[in-house]
Design a protein around this ligand. Structure first.
Ligand code: GLN
Length: 325
């Protein structure tokens, strides 16, 4: 049953083939469906209308093969899953060092909406928490975000206006973070521009298949495997994956890296993306969240895939994605 090519691929990439992967996805999804627990986010009122029973999973290989299980095409808002991708666009536009002057790459060990600023410079600790993501949003334009995230997903994305409105009405803490960044001299625009742009990027509508494609673009050295468009450079894709690995799951990032071992990013809309560089990107959707704001079933599905198929970044390479006989 192990018909994956595990070696001798051009450019060191791994092709994925066939039924075993689809079966694996269906199996972990069926297990995850049984799980209870978690709460659908309600601090942005519009998010609380999500159906907690839906569960989706999609995997896109770096050669463009796609595998889907469950509600992989159910729309949800991207929320913080947008952060690594907008960060990558800013790195591509301005260069790594210039972005580093405004946002660091150190894990904060704190919740997503924490006031995590470096004591000396006032820079947000990293771009995966709100403070950093708002600064990143201040460095790119609305159009660059819309076009860039569409290029990652392989098709144009649209904004959920009701969610955007809800965020605009309730996002006072995010405005406070933007004010602090402005005071520290690291914000690249006005407070209103930065926060509205950030709320808009969070309100983009995606599916598990879309976010899997976005992750696969990072896995494929910045080139979208479905459209063949080079969205960001290999250096930017690598840098972004590294920052996701250390900071992507908020205050659960260390535990996640040790247990699951894949660069990943979650969002309060219920999405999670994970990247296996050179192999695939995976996207999950299920709305109920744990105390850290990570999807309970998404976390379970990715943990199970990683354990069963040896996907951990620090596992020995010979165990990489070989579904058992
Ligand atoms: N728009 C949300 C916020 O900033 C996104 C947070 C998230 O997904 N963790 O509050």
């Amino acid at each position: 049953m192990t018909d994956e090519k595990l070696s001798d691929e051009p450019q060191g990439k791994t092709d994925l083939k066939g039924e075993p992967i689809l079966e694996a996805l269906r199996e972990v999804l069926a297990e995850a469906r049984e799980l209870d627990g978690g709460e659908v986010a309600s601090y942005i009122p519009q998010l609380s209308s999500a159906d907690p029973s839906q569960v989706g999973l999609a995997l896109v290989g770096v050669y463009g093969r796609t595998f889907e299980a469950g509600d992989s095409r159910v729309p949800f808002t991207i929320q913080s899953v947008s952060k690594p991708f907008v960060y990558a666009l800013a790195l591509e536009k301005l260069g790594i060092e210039s972005v580093m002057e405004r946002v660091g790459v150190e894990p904060s060990g704190e919740p997503f909406n924490a006031i995590s600023l470096d004591a000396d410079s006032g820079r947000p600790m990293n771009p995966m928490i709100n403070a950093g993501a708002i600064v990143v949003a201040s460095l790119v334009s609305d159009d660059e975000i819309l076009e860039g995230l569409g290029a990652f997903a392989g098709h144009p994305l649209e904004v959920d206006d009701a969610v955007l409105q809800s965020e605009l009405e309730t996002g006072h803490r995010n405005r406070a973070l933007a004010h602090l960044a402005l005071a520290a001299g690291v914000l690249g625009s006005t407070v209103d521009e930065a926060t509205e742009r950030y709320f808009r990027q969070c309100s983009l509508i995606v599916t598990a298949l879309d976010v899997a494609t976005m992750a696969a673009t990072l896995a494929n050295a910045g080139r979208n495997p479905l459209t063949d468009e080079q969205v960001v450079s290999e250096t930017v894709a690598r840098w972004t994956c590294a920052v996701m690995a250390s900071c992507g799951m908020y205050d659960a990032s260390g535990d996640w890296l040790a247990r699951v071992g894949l660069p990943a990013k979650s969002g309060v809309g219920g999405g999670i993306v994970a990247v296996d560089p050179g192999v695939f990107g995976v996207g999950t959707f299920s709305a109920p969240l744990d105390a850290q704001g990570n999807s309970v079933r998404g976390r379970a599905m990715l943990t199970s895939l990683s354990r069963s198929y040896g996907l951990h970044a620090f596992a020995h390479p010979t165990v990489k994605f070989q579904p058992p006989e």
